[in-house]
Design a protein around this ligand. Sequence first.
Ligand code: CMC
Length: 446
Amino acid sequence: MPVATMSPKAGQTATLQFDGKVTTLPVVVGSEGETAIDIEKLRGQTGMITLDPGYGNTGSCKSRITFIDGEKGILRYRGYTIEELAQKSSFLEVAWLLIHGELPTSAELENLESEVTRHTMLHEDFGRFFSALPKDAHPMPVCAAAIGALATFYQYPETEQNIRDTVVRLIAKMPTIAAYSYKHSIGQPFVYPLNKLGYASNFLHMMFATPCEPYEVDPILARTVDLLLVLHADHEQNCSTSTVRMVGSSRANLFASISAGISALWGPLHGGANQQVIEMLERIAAEEGSAEKFLAKAKDKNDTARLMGFGHRVYKSYDPRAAILKKACADVIQRVGGVSRLLEIAMKLEEIALKDDYFVSRKLYPNVDFYSGVIYKALGIPVNMFTVMFTLGRLPGWIAQWLEMRQDPDFRIARPRQVYTGATDRRYVPIAARVELTAPPEGGVR
Ligand code: CMC
């Protein structure tokens, strides 16, 4: 592993001057030169806290897993660039890398593949769990509930070995749960996993095979799914990963923490954006509307429309995952045909947006979700399963982050503070003396 060079900033301090008092705060420097002011003792020393809605300037942990340079469009897992991993690695290899910190030897990889293959089946009683849910249930809450429910089947004390087993079970069973949630929604029988198939092929088999006829997995499509999973495998402290860490920090188990991460990922500003992108492209195609017309709406502050799949809290240049996916899109469409109209619209939107001052001045570029939906569509994955695909990919990242948090010597329960802005101390008003308000109180629920 490359040795981190000490930055000249290490050992320096920052001073905060307020109300005539000077406070000295330590500076922490990461291995890529990222600099942070350590405010752990700030409240004790000054009585003040920091305020950072949306956590845009707040580091919640030190982590060795994933590095992003949003300005330069760099993404690395454990030091390896996403471009190289996308080209040379498989999803299970990347999962091992994220969780263990090093690329696996061939024996380690073989062992992981074999263990994962042997844990793909769900307990038969799980069938009743799916049948209790409505047919039109969105697969994301189904997956979140199913992963939470796994905790009821494996109620073991948290020993090292049991955690290792849970990691394998989660990686192994997630594709089965995802495929079953789809099969349930369309009323088809569940298809059992097949041990002779690889990870991505097995998922496609459970999604699309039926007991009525043989189903051959196209190896090129399986490789594309594997690539998508690699690209989504981790992304440092985003909303869902921070949720997994936050829930796990209460010492909730891995199943419960991952289930919470799935719920966080579902939102349209996070993983749910890939579904929104394809719906946006389909709307533009169906209404024969032009890309220009839609972009005008996305820029209009009186309109709630946003150019979905564009913009990112961290990337202020092209998301490297989007660049890889844009190329993969063209290859997949060439292979299976269809959806080329949607790709054309996406490319046109990108072309105009990247010349438009609104997007340029705000540094809004395509993110991973902009092209992934077009590929999923070409692969025949139903639109409401797009975010589930993101979940399958992100799982090893969540696991690695959870394990890192639990082993961190600085581990504490996550418990942010707040700046209270509500009513100050007041006397209780008896019900007969209360007057109905004509408008909601300031800050009250509308
Ligand atoms: N279309 C139009 N305007 C946008 C967009 C967009 N997609 N994204 C940001 N803006 C504008 C926003 O209105 C604001 O303008 P102004 O400064 O005039 O108020 C400015 O750009 C900054 O936006 P922000 O919402 O303050 O930025 P943020 O860092 O809080 O939000 C984001 C990041 C990803 C939520 C946002 O860019 C967005 O909503 N994008 C569309 C949804 C999307 O594609 N999400 C997937 C993110 S990548 C996958 C993942 O990791 O989850």
